[in-house]
Design a protein around this ligand. Structure first.
Ligand SMILES: O=P(O)(O)OC[C@@H](O)[C@H]1O[C@@H](OP(=O)(O)O)[C@@H](O)[C@@H](O)[C@@H]1O
Ligand SMILES: [Mg+2]
Ligand SMILES: [Zn+2]
Length: 206
């Protein structure tokens, strides 16, 4: 089932997935917002420029499927300045996201929404993290007037800052750039875990 994803002009392209779920704007919604590179898949300082370079981190796909099967809704919020820099095409990016959705679906889970910022650092958009534009788009999609308390998982400070700006609960993972980020001043209340699987374990423990 293809996730919903966005076009560079920000228009949402409806994939095969179902209708937007009209979740009420309350904080007990089981929604999680994940960063992509360094949380779900390996990251590289040379960017992830092809489907071959898009390699899931150990346990991340299984963790997403476990969370999804437990009733959580999964959204991804990712900066993809490589598009603006000309390192890869939108077609390649969408192929990575289709692969992600496919792998999670094979394990019985679903990635419902992937929102990315296609812009470069100097484009002045509102969707490049640490700005919270992607998070607002995700809240709109799920019909939420608040993301207060919604867990967001990142490996970079900007991921946490973007989520905290709209009330999310910040989780840092040590994968990707996370070990380095852990030495920076983090948003109050940030919880630190080794990887996404450990975050999911903590969210699912009774
Ligand atoms: O972690 P998410 O948001 O999913 O994606 C990050 C990537 O878009 C790239 O973001 C770049 O930052 P700049 O966009 O050049 O500042 C660099 O950090 C790259 O190493 C990284 O692969
Ligand atoms: Mg990242
Ligand atoms: Zn943007």
């Amino acid at each position: 089932m293809k996730p919903l994803t966005n076009q560079p002009n920000g228009r949402l392209v409806r994939g095969l997935s179902g209708l937007a779920l009209g979740l009420s704007g309350n904080t007990d919604v089981k929604l999680i917002i994940l960063d992509r590179d360094g949380v779900i898949n390996e990251d590289s300082d040379a960017y992830i420029k092809s489907l071959d370079e898009w390699i899931p981190l150990p346990g991340s796909i299984e963790a997403m499927a476990r969370l999804s099967k437990a009733g959580w809704r999964i959204a991804v919020a990712t900066n993809q300045s490589g598009l603006a820099r000309g390192y890869f095409t939108q077609e390649i990016l969408e192929a990575m996201h289709a692969r992600l959705a496919e792998l999670v679906a094979e394990q019985g889970g679903q990635v419902e929404l992937i929102r990315y910022c296609p812009h470069g650092p100097d484009d002045g958009c509102d969707c490049r993290k640490p700005r919270p534009g992607l998070y607002r788009q995700i809240a709109d999609y799920f019909g939420l007037d608040s993301l207060s308390g919604v867990p967001t998982v990142g490996d970079s400070l900007r991921d946490l800052e973007a989520g905290v700006a709209v009330g999310c609960k910040p989780y840092l993972v040590r994968t990707g750039k996370g070990n380095k980020t852990a030495n920076q001043a983090l948003p109050t209340g940030t919880l630190i875990f080794d990887n996404l699987a450990a975050v999911v374990d903590s969210l699912l423990e009774p």
